[in-house]
Design a protein around this ligand. Structure first.
Ligand code: ZN
Length: 395
């Protein structure tokens, strides 16, 4: 029995062991299964995302990107948010970066030393058949440019011819355009509008808006209501301008002023245009205000009636301060001594009121081009005296 029992005991040990092992395996399997289930139910668990979850996350972040992109693109239009200005800055940077990228291509067509600008001492002239030739002085920029040799052409040789130096000769009545360019860069040019009237005995067809050309004056032309004396556009108390003459500040006069201001700066002086071009309407308001404040007789001494202001020509400017307190400043002294070098004259000098029609204005200069300005300056005369013309209202 004991042996049998032992045997039985011996036989029952593997059975028990198997049972325990099987239970352990089941428990382990269950534990693993539960862990797997737990893992599946937690989308955040790394490495356990199902394809669907991963896709949702991706499309979600894709939406965010899209939203961000559209937000960025709408910001500049608002330009109210700080981010908007940052975006604008970025856009500008991108643009300039693109420009910088294309710069080498540009520099191929415009090699260093090429003429980039041409200015003339005048851009329009009125001549009679039989008049002596006129010649604008050419300035090509930059000064360092190579091949600045001039090429001149006339659009109509039956009206005016031009030689290789730019000397324009009237041939027959009509209008034409004389163009100058350079060997260096034919794409940059400047033009002179030439009007040729009949022989000097012929009366101009148009009259000035105020005043008339004195009889027997062959050097006075009136074209479209604008008076030219020896080719110089004149606006004073005798010679007026049409109300609709609105040329704006002449770019050549502006460039000459810039040159003058740069020279004054080297002498430690600061020059600025405080009044340049003034339209007929603006002058009308200005003059009427002065009349209301000071009376007409007083206003006529320092302010032009509408149509008679030299400011309406686009060739005159007031520098720094238009008032008597400017008279004795270093700037006023500098302008009086140097402005002719840059093509300007002091238009209303001291002691010439009876001739110019205006009291001394140390701040008012008129652009004539360097040749004419030097000629008038050297003469010591006013423009009225030099050209032998009046400046008096007709009334
Ligand atoms: Zn002025």
């Amino acid at each position: 029995m004991a042996v049998q029992n032992q045997r039985k005991k011996k036989q029952s040990v593997p059975v028990v062991m198997f049972g325990v092992l099987a239970l352990a395996l089941i428990a382990l399997g269950t534990a693993i299964w539960m862990l797997v289930r737990l893992g599946k139910s937690d989308p955040a668990a790394p490495g356990n995302m199902t394809p669907q979850v991963a896709e949702q996350t991706l499309s979600s972040s894709a939406t965010e990107v899209t939203t961000t992109a559209s937000t960025v693109s709408t910001l500049p239009a608002d330009s109210t948010a700080a981010d908007g200005s940052a975006t604008v800055t970025t856009a500008v940077t991108t643009t300039s970066a693109a420009a910088a990228a294309s710069a080498p291509a540009t520099s191929v067509t415009a090699a260093p030393g090429t003429v980039t600008g041409i200015s003339l001492t005048f851009y329009s002239t009125a001549l009679h058949v039989g008049d002596k030739p006129v010649m604008p002085i050419v300035t090509m920029t930059p000064a360092s440019a190579a091949n600045k040799q001039e090429i001149w052409q006339s659009s109509n040789k039956a009206v005016a011819t031009v030689d290789s130096l730019g000397s324009i000769t009237p041939v027959g009545p009509g209008d034409c355009v004389v163009t100058v360019t350079s060997v260096s860069n034919p794409s940059v040019s400047a033009e002179v509008k030439v009007t040729v009237l009949g022989s000097t005995t012929q009366t101009p067809q148009t009259q000035p808006s105020s005043g008339t050309a004195p009889a027997g004056r062959s050097d006075i032309q009136v074209i479209n209501g604008i008076t030219y004396v020896q080719g110089i556009l004149i606006a004073n108390k005798t010679y007026g301008l049409p109300a609709d003459y609105n040329p704006g500040l002449d770019p050549t006069a502006q460039a000459a002023f810039n040159e003058m201001a740069a020279a004054a700066a080297k002498d430690g002086l600061s020059l600025a245009i405080c009044s340049g071009f003034r339209s007929y309407d603006f002058q009308n308001t200005l003059y009427n205000n002065y009349c209301n404040r000071d009376g007409k007789a007083a206003a006529d001494r320092f302010s032009a009636r509408p149509g008679h202001s030299e400011h309406q020509t686009g060739l005159a400017m007031d520098i720094n301060y238009a008032g008597d307190s400017f008279n004795n400043t270093p700037e006023a002294k500098w302008i009086a001594e140097n402005c002719w070098k840059y093509g300007f004259i002091l238009r209303y000098p001291e002691g010439k009121e009876a001739i110019t029609g205006y009291k001394y204005e140390s701040w008012h200069v008129r652009y004539l081009g360097k040749d004419w300005a030097k000629t008038i300056y050297d003469s010591g005369l006013t423009l009225e005296e030099y050209l032998n013309i009046d400046s008096k209202y007709a009334e």
